[in-house]
Design a protein around this ligand. Sequence first.
Ligand code: 6PG
Length: 471
Amino acid sequence: MQGDNYVLGMIGLGVMGRNLLLNMAEHGFKVAGYDKDEVKVKQLDSEAGKNDVKGFTSLTEFVSSLKKPRAVMMLVPAGKIVDSVITEIAPLLEKGDLIIDGGNSHFSDTNRRADELKAKGLHFFGMGVSGGEEGARKGPSMMPGGDQEAYKVVQPIFEAIAAKVNGEPCVTYIGPGASGNYVKMVHNGIEYAIMQLISEAYEVMQKGLGLKGDEIHSIFKQWNEGRLQSFLIEITRDIFAYKEPGADHLLLNDIKDEARSKGTGKWTSQVAMDLQLPITAIDTAVSMRDLSKFKAARTQASSLYQDGVLKLSGDKAQLISALEEALYFSTIIAYAQGMHLLTQTSKEFNYDLKLDKIARIWRGGCIIRSTFLEDIYQAYKKNGSLEHLLLDDAIAAKVNSIIAGTRKIVSSTAASGIAIPAFSASLSYFDAFRSERMPSNLIQAQRDYFGAHTYERIGKEGTFHTQWIAK
Ligand code: 6PG
């Protein structure tokens, strides 16, 4: 097994790193792994079976086992650990070698690291990897960004191990700089929004329709067999069937209603604000995770504002069908906002992103994979410079056919006191987006009134200021 020609070396043999390495080995690549922790190295060796994988606890031995130009990938927690790994490994590498960070690093960190390493003649890639532990082992979706020439060295490996949809690998060169981390960050923003929307559908089912776990399970099962088919609906279906051994109720009912996060959703919202690009569904999802943490205050408020939560009135089957439309509609808006952010970013950061390719590699392997991504792929394939997904004719036809159900759910939950903020935000965004004239003229008038900030007029060039009341 020992040899000096390992084509890729992985630093960090936690479950993600190990699984990715085993996936590479299974596809016939001779790969090496490094971890300070001997137990993890032994685990890699024992899981490798007949495949040509070698684990190291010595960094120098690990580096010298690699084929030149060396490709070193790291899968370690984002943040300071990435910097300390780079500090350790960089002096052992040579000009032309490539370091790939496969974690969810902030794109600004990736830019800084790439610049520092460039000065040493080393290539640095930020590569988003999506799909969790199982994806890493069986086929993830990957978003590599950096120097295109350097990518060629590792391209065959990543294309072989990626998930496949219609025979096409769910990996593509994304673009220069930190574009790989950036695109993965937006993927996660969309992930946050869809998870929030599915949770709101659950809220409507339990509070608005009074459904029990087994009924909710069969609805998600049915939805997953239709146009809503996606990884996130599929796992939700399974969650509504899971009971701990010997238990008579769902494990879900015992889980605290306080959502955690590692930051990628928040980063997406922060960047979008900086770029002045609205992504209301994603923002709402981030805010609702944050609100969920105020458990004590929420509990206090629930007794202070006892105005009851009412069941939705109407035919149950019709309401479930309207809910399916509302979820489909809002999911489309979440994807549309994420893609819009990518369009804007591509211009601002000179990433030259190809949105059709991004949609293509999100169709499989990643957390937001869904049947609808095929529609997104087709829309951008048809028109690479499509400004907004909602402006595509085929998407518009779909949206027009589901808007009535969405309105029904948003209005009746508002009347019943049931919170579905991401659904509402998606609908309001849509209604504002389709308004040829928004009420923003009044904002301009107010700004000019109190601050002489001026305004532009319809049909007249220039900027204007008015003395709104006589002094
Ligand atoms: C993926 C996931 C992955 C991770 C999330 C969790 O694409 O495989 O997005 O990257 O599970 O970042 O994020 P939070 O902890 O912030 O929910």
